[in-house]
Write a protein that binds this ligand. Structure first.
Ligand SMILES: CC(=O)N[C@H]1[C@@H](OP(=O)(O)OP(=O)(O)OC[C@H]2O[C@@H](n3ccc(=O)[nH]c3=O)[C@H](O)[C@@H]2O)O[C@H](CO)[C@@H](O)[C@@H]1O
Ligand SMILES: C=C(OP(=O)(O)O)C(=O)O
Length: 424
């Protein structure tokens, strides 16, 4: 049971934070470790609930692993079962891509359909269509997908929309054997590039990762190796928006500003001063920011995972901002909760109009991971106390959040302990 987070708002964030490694890069790379019989060491792995959930699944499939701080040692000498059951897969959508890895390593995989999600439908039809296009047989029965191949995967996958998980699924499925695969309209997210770089380290030949056309040639056999996961651009973005919402001044280290272009441009448009180097970024907030409009899109567009957090920020900015999400048009579970804090929000035809102004504390609930990020931002900016329930969603993606926020001046603590008792 995850305790609620209580935040006493109204204090500007001030100081320096180191950004954690990226959950959404680490997850597919962990899955990719299934491909090789040799040991793999990942440096910079976030200690998050989602990672633990995936490690349970990998252990079931035959992986032995050991933590050493943030370093994770993984070894899958052999796959002991090609069956990824519902209990292990349903907890997290990202686990569906084990199908591609199992198919590549053993010629077959059986994976239950991943669970639904609070912010709208998230089908896997494009994953299945892609594997079939490349020559795999994929059968669905009672919510379980069984994929088999009798010859090396080959051909061109042309995605209807650039899907992150679908692109990862194909990269994994095509990594081993005499494969020759082209992905057209591939997702271009930095996490795809990170997975591709890891696969290259194992011995796979990949061209074009990070662009919309990727070419993969599988390897006869893969090696092991040591790899560093990229910093988390969504965590970084959440912290920058919290600093902007509280009119603070925050420096992030271990952050890649080129992964945050779309957000940094908007924050600058709002009037905040942004400075950045190769792996750091600093925001110095203006006291009187301007509103702006955003449309969440695939990378390099504005990330959907920062749409709830940016909405919370815009709720603190005088004037009217319009928010739309082209990736998940119904990703608005934060809207009703922000309204409890005094935000004026109107949703019509999937366009959210945010009439910014002062927020006040309230009892609210996170219904998904980034809605939780949004509520934390709003709570930090609001006058008075906010109690955020549903933290089990939030800890999927934000590690050690309370202590890190406190390190930069926030008054955040667990449950309802009196403030004096927890004062640093
Ligand atoms: C673990 C992980 O990395 N999760 C991220 C990943 O999710 P995920 O990989 O699930 O997201 P996708 O990129 O696949 O989804 C993009 C769009 O394609 C649609 N679609 C996708 C697959 C499919 O088979 N059919 C289909 O219609 C989805 O409904 C959505 O509208 O990318 C999303 C979009 O940046 C992020 O919000 C998630 O945080
Ligand atoms: C939505 C997210 O994760 P998932 O795709 O695993 O639900 C996220 O990281 O914002």
């Amino acid at each position: 049971m995850q305790q609620p987070l209580v935040i006493q708002g109204g204090t500007p964030l001030n100081g320096e934070l180191r950004v954690n490694p990226a959950k959404n890069a680490a997850l597919p790379i962990l899955v990719a470790s299934l491909l090789t019989p040799h040991p793999v060491t990942l440096r910079e792995v976030p200690r998050l609930r989602d990672i633990e959930v995936l490690l349970d699944l990998l252990a079931h499939l035959g992986t032995r692993y050991a933590w050493e701080g943030r370093t994770l040692h993984l070894h899958t000498p052999e796959i002991v079962t090609t069956d990824a059951p519902y209990e292990l897969v349903s907890k997290m959508r990202a686990s569906f891509i084990v199908l591609g890895a199992l198919l590549a390593r053993t010629g077959e995989g059986r994976v239950s359909m991943p669970g639904g999600c609070a912010f709208g439908p998230r089908p896997v039809d494009l994953h299945v269509k892609a594997l079939r296009t490349l020559g795999a047989e994929v059968v669905e029965e009672n919510g379980t997908f069984t994929a088999t191949r009798t010859r090396p995967l080959a051909g061109r996958v042309i995605f209807d929309v650039p899907t992150v998980g679908g692109t990862e699924q194909v990269l994994l499925a095509a990594a081993l054997g005499d494969t020759d695969v082209t992905i057209v309209n591939a997702a271009q997210e930095p996490e795809i590039e990170d997975l591709a770089r890891f696969l290259e380290m194992l011995g796979v030949t990949i061209e074009g990762a990070g662009t919309s056309v990727i070419h993969v040639r599988g390897a006869r056999a893969l090696r092991g190796g040591v790899y560093n996961v990229i910093p988390d651009r969504i965590e970084a973005g959440t912290f920058l928006l919290a600093a902007a919402a509280t009119r603070g001044r925050l420096t992030l280290t271990h952050a890649y500003p080129h992964h945050l272009d779309a957000l940094l441009a908007k924050l600058a448009e709002s009037g905040h001063r942004i400075e950045a180097g190769r792996d750091w970024v600093r925001l110095e907030a203006t006291p009187n920011p301007r509103p702006f409009n955003i449309e969440a899109r695939e990378y390099p567009g504005f990330p959907t995972d920062l749409q709830p957090p940016v909405t919370a920020y815009l709720a603190t900015v005088e004037g009217v901002s319009l928010v739309t999400d082209r990736v998940y048009p119904d990703r608005f579970t934060h809207v009703g909760e922000l309204a409890r804090m005094g935000a004026e929000l109107t949703l019509k035809d999937r366009v959210l109009a945010v009439h910014g102004g002062p927020l006040h504390g309230a009892e609210v609930k996170a219904f998904d991971i980034r809605a939780g990020g949004a509520l934390v931002i709003a709570a930090l900016a609001a006058e008075g106390e906010t109690r955020i329930d549903g933290m089990r969603h939030v800890v999927r993606g934000y590690e050690n959040l309370e202590a890190r926020l406190r390190a930069v001046g926030a008054r955040a603590y667990t449950d309802r302990a009196p403030l004096e008792a927890v004062a640093d």
